[in-house]
Design a protein around this ligand. Structure first.
Ligand SMILES: O=P(O)(O)OP(=O)(O)OP(=O)(O)OC[C@H]1O[C@@H](n2cnc3c(O)ncnc32)[C@H](O)[C@@H]1O
Ligand SMILES: [Mg+2]
Length: 188
């Protein structure tokens, strides 16, 4: 296992969750706030490109997370474009997008990209959490948490530790940790 990772993000809530999850597993999380241009494309293409540019700008090993929110009735949109939809439409507008459809189900998708440094191909780790889109409930401090319901509670209504046990982000970071362990075995 590496002793630390360098998470490139401009989002303090994301950083807090990644720290809580990885530091419990003994991996120190350092971070740099570099504003990375986000391209259009599939979830995987967006993360891969973000990770490549993060490695170039940081000049060393990096970890990035790109988060999507996919509405089933809309064929997976807004997906990786959720940030712009949320900024423009707000929680209510996101609910309204689904007004014409009985199916309110959605998936929260965290895709982490790890690159060993500039020019190294990013390796992706994805976690998906099923849920549904509901009118906002709970504190509004982190993104779309108030409108994403999982087993009767919105993410915003959960304790941080409860969300971190079942979230898209924790599922993805579990895969990252498994991969780190595999890499270690190889070098022993
Ligand atoms: O600097 P980066 O790491 O890219 O941070 P960001 O805030 O731009 O994050 P994304 O590009 O991944 O955009 C995802 C959007 O979804 C929001 N978001 C990400 N993870 C979330 C979570 O677990 N719960 C609620 N909202 C989340 C986030 O605030 C953005 O509006
Ligand atoms: Mg971003």
């Amino acid at each position: 296992m590496p002793t630390h990772v360098n998470l490139i993000t401009g989002n303090p809530n994301k950083l807090r969750e990644v720290k809580a999850i990885l530091e419990a597993a003994g991996i120190e999380v350092r971070s740099q706030n570099i504003d990375l241009e986000e391209v259009q494309g599939s979830i995987e293409e967006v993360t891969e490109s973000k990770c490549r540019r993060a490695a170039e700008q940081a000049g060393g090993p990096v970890l990035v997370d790109d988060t999507s929110l996919c509405f089933k009735a809309l064929g997976g949109l807004p997906g990786p474009y959720i940030k712009w939809f949320l900024q423009t439409l707000g929680h209510e507008g996101l609910n309204n997008l689904l007004a014409a459809y009985p199916d309110k189900s959605a998936e929260a998708v965290a895709t982490f990209g790890y690159s060993a440094g500039p020019g190294h191909k990013p390796i992706l780790f994805q976690g998906r959490c099923p849920g549904k889109i509901v009118p906002a409930r709970g504190p509004t401090d982190f993104g779309w948490d108030p409108i994403f319901e999982y087993e009767g509670k919105t993410f915003a209504e959960m304790d941080k530790s409860e969300k971190n046990k079942i979230s898209h982000r924790s599922l993805a970071l579990q895969k990252l940790q498994d991969w780190f362990k595999e890499q270690n075995k190889g070098s022993e």
